[in-house]
Design a protein around this ligand. Structure first.
Ligand SMILES: C[S@@+](CC[C@H](N)C(=O)[O-])C[C@H]1O[C@@H](n2cnc3c(N)ncnc32)[C@H](O)[C@@H]1O
Length: 213
């Protein structure tokens, strides 16, 4: 099981190379009332979908990601040590980030601490058998994959539900798009050259929701 080492400052173009036309942000954003703490907020994809009345605070440890983020306030911090008081947020999100940690439960415990009683928690990740059309052998196991995400969140929260997806959502129509997709997702570029177009990938993953009682 490996940690996906963050490269957002050493190779910012890897993350910028592609953006999903449909993402979990679209499921989560309408449920948020605020104040919401968007942990590992990146360049603000979730914040860009929130209504003006929703109080949002972003945290990330990457200067490059925060420089690309037009939303405020943001704080540079590690998600394992959040510089916020206990019981202060109505929602905390961990979207596409926990696989960057050796011990994702440490960050989930911090999320639980800063949530108010009754507050709602969200985390998401892909499955190891995501993208089978282009990664038939499966992705290398990480520390936070859909296969284990629910039990890891359950090690911190009592009230946990999961929404899994296993579906083709959108095509990659051009060779350039497939190359960009591969670069963004750490997939060897030769796979893009061999793929037939349009490429419909089966997306597999999970959105985990939890409540702090
Ligand atoms: C795949 S991006 C996801 C960004 C955003 N949540 C989204 O869904 O668009 C992962 C983010 O996690 C951040 N990150 C990685 N390790 C971190 C850590 N230990 N503490 C805080 N942020 C971290 C990275 O800088 C990056 O912005």
């Amino acid at each position: 099981m490996s940690v996906l080492r963050p490269d957002y400052d050493s190779d910012p173009d890897r993350w910028r190379s592609w953006e999903s036309p449909q993402d979990v942000h679209h499921l989560v954003a309408p449920e948020l009332r605020g104040p919401v703490l968007d942990v590992a907020c990146g360049e603000g994809r979730l914040a860009s979908l929130l209504g003006p009345g929703v109080r949002w605070v972003g945290v990330d440890n990457s200067p490059a990601q925060l420089a690309d983020n037009p939303h405020r306030p943001v704080t540079r911090a590690d998600m394992r040590r959040l510089p916020f008081a206990s019981d202060s947020f109505a929602e905390v999100t961990h979207l596409w980030c926990l696989y960057h940690l050796d011990d994702p439960a440490s960050a989930i415990r911090e999320a639980h601490r800063v949530l108010r009683p009754g507050g709602r928690y969200y985390a998401c990740c892909a499955a190891r058998d995501n993208d089978p059309e282009i990664v038939p052998e499966g992705h290398e196991p990480s520390t936070f994959d859909a296969e284990d995400a629910v039990s890891i969140v359950e090690s911190v929260f009592d009230d946990v539900t999961a929404r899994h997806w296993d579906q083709k959502f959108f095509p990659l129509s051009t060779r350039e798009e497939v190359r960009a997709y591969c670069r963004h997702n750490y997939i060897p570029s030769e796979r893009a050259d061999r793929a037939s177009l349009p490429l419909w990938l089966t997306k597999r993953g999970v959105l985990v929701r939890a409540i702090k009682h």
